[in-house]
Design a protein around this ligand. Structure first.
Ligand code: FO1
Length: 313
């Protein structure tokens, strides 16, 4: 079975690790959000691409969900000695990724090519593609003005109330090479339990991607990023509230319903099944909290079981 996963943020890496452990990883294509990308000290940083790559390469820092396991921060300490106050903590080995990427971009290579080179170097068998090769940084508009997403997320710890989310230059962006084919040719598309506005929203905003999701013969299913009215990590719940949605898994299912075939709720939200089914979606409630590797693989098995049932019906 060929699976394409839409992934971004800290919600996705656990499910991806689970899937790569219960199916041939070479049958997985990950379309990674690149809206979180930022340029600092002249270097292009692609947090969600790196989180997916590091996760599937077995080198992710599992405590934080970003950066490299066991990395050091000597470069940041050296900058601080010069009076700098870096608020975005890049590890020393993580910097190597940013340096290689920036040099290759300047030499005219695409983000897609560079992402592929890095994942192969880390022994990742799954295919990883950015949603687009264009730099389309996400900006969060609050009463503090329009700030880069990372300023909102890291520097301001998601405190400002969100008024609007903008994806810079997204109108002229095109899906990266292989993105539409992955959506149209796979058996199943899994929307990972990522932030529906920031991570998944950015991917859906790339012209052509949402249409492909509506058109594909693949079964499209999403795993809820909201469990019992809360986001497990990150600002998804705050954003649902700030942007006028009710803070529930049903609200997320409703946001995706134009391209979704099925929705997976956490077992604690089983009571929402009728409301989600009323959106003309197939629905499954199952444990989706993923802490141990067994949890991750158990949830991945449930996703595959749900999809298989779908494909056979
Ligand atoms: N998140 C933080 O909360 N604090 C950081 O200092 C930080 C640094 C960082 C460096 C590289 C990287 O790839 C990710 C990093 N992140 C950090 C996480 C990042 O903000 C998130 O992974 C996503 O952008 C959220 O989806």
């Amino acid at each position: 079975m060929k699976i394409t996963a839409l992934a971004g943020g800290v919600g996705a890496w656990k499910l991806l690790l689970g899937l790569a452990g219960v199916m041939p990883p070479e049958d997985i294509t990950v379309i990674a959000n690149s809206g979180d990308d930022i340029e600092l000290y002249g270097l292009r940083i692609c947090p969600d691409i790196d989180t997916v790559t590091y996760t599937l390469g077995g080198v992710i820092n599992e405590e934080t969900g970003w950066g490299l396991k066991g990395d050091t921060f000597e470069c940041l300490a050296a900058l601080a000695r010069y009076g700098e106050a870096p608020w975005f903590n890049r590890g020393d080995r993580d910097l190597a990724t940013h340096m290689l990427r920036t040099t290759q971009l300047r030499a005219g290579r695409s983000l897609t090519e560079i992402t592929d080179q890095i994942r192969r170097a880390l022994g990742v068998q799954a295919t990883i593609v950015p949603m687009t090769d264009k730099y389309t940084p996400t900006r969060v508009v609050s009463d503090e003005g329009a700030r880069h997403f990372q300023e909102y997320f890291v520097r301001r710890r998601c405190e400002p109330r969100v008024r609007e989310i903008r994806f810079e230059n997204i109108e002229s962006a095109e899906p990266a090479e292989g993105v539409l084919r992955a959506i149209l040719k796979s058996d199943c598309v899994v929307v990972c339990p990522s932030n529906p506005f920031i991570s998944i929203g950015a991917i859906l905003a790339v012209p052509g991607i949402r249409d492909a999701l509506r058109e594909t013969r693949a079964k499209v299913i999403a795993v809820s990023p909201i469990v019992s009215g809360r986001a497990l990590k990150g600002p998804a719940a705050d954003m649902l509230r700030d942007l006028g949605h009710d803070v529930s898994a049903r609200a997320v299912a409703s946001m995706y319903r134009d391209f979704l075939d099925g929705f997976i709720l956490d077992q604690t939200d089983a009571a929402l099944e009728p409301e989600v089914a009323a959106l003309d979606l197939r629905v499954l409630s199952t444990p989706t909290l993923m802490n141990s590797l067994e949890d991750k693989q158990r949830t991945a098995h449930s996703v595959l079981g749900f999809v298989t049932e779908f494909l056979e019906s």
